[in-house]
Design a protein around this ligand. Structure first.
Ligand code: HEC
Length: 141
């Protein structure tokens, strides 16, 4: 084998490894990543907010509500790896997702009105129930 052919082969093997590493990274979020990495921090921000003073704080809460909604849409598909694809088609799963989106919208409305009490109520009365409902059925034991 010629020297250049060897270098060419080595280069294409190397490129293949880079490509497969990149492909793995570009895979979407799985359920655990959506939950632990996206939903939980965003809902914690809303649940933990009190005595909000600045427009920046309100804006951050508004953004957190958007993150919950976006993550709920991802949850509707059961994550990118297909592990929950089947369960995600169930009516109750989709119902919990819709409940969560509705709750986040209610919290967002309160946030946009700078109404801390209404935000607190939406968070407590509406946003926690779909988490618990879905986990009771689908969280791995
Ligand atoms: C439609 C279903 C569904 C909804 C709604 C849902 N989750 Fe989850 N959640 C899951 C599933 C499924 C897992 C397990 C993922 C895995 O590890 O495979 C999970 C896992 C988690 C975990 C990791 C817990 C652990 O012990 O492994 C956290 C934290 C979490 N969810 C937070 C939340 C919060 C907060 C909400 C509501 C704001 C919520 N989830 C709403 C389905 C849901």
């Amino acid at each position: 084998m010629s020297h250049w052919l060897k270098i060419g082969l080595a280069a294409s093997v190397g490129l293949g490894m880079v490509c497969s590493a990149w492909a793995a990274q570009s895979d979407g979020l799985n359920m655990r990543e959506i939950m632990v990495g996206v939903i939980a921090p965003a809902t914690n921000k809303i649940w933990g907010a009190y005595d909000i003073k600045s427009d920046t704080q309100w804006l951050e809460l508004d953004q957190a509500a958007n993150v919950v909604i976006a993550a709920a849409q991802l949850t509707a598909q059961g994550g990118a790896d297909g592990v929950y694809a089947q369960q995600a088609q169930n009516e109750d799963w989709q119902g919990f997702v819709q409940q969560l989106i509705g709750a986040a919208r209610s919290a967002q409305l309160a946030i946009q009105n700078h109404d801390e009490e209404a935000m607190f109520n939406a968070g407590n009365d509406l946003m926690y129930a779909p988490c618990e409902g879905c986990h009771n059925i689908y969280l791995p034991k």
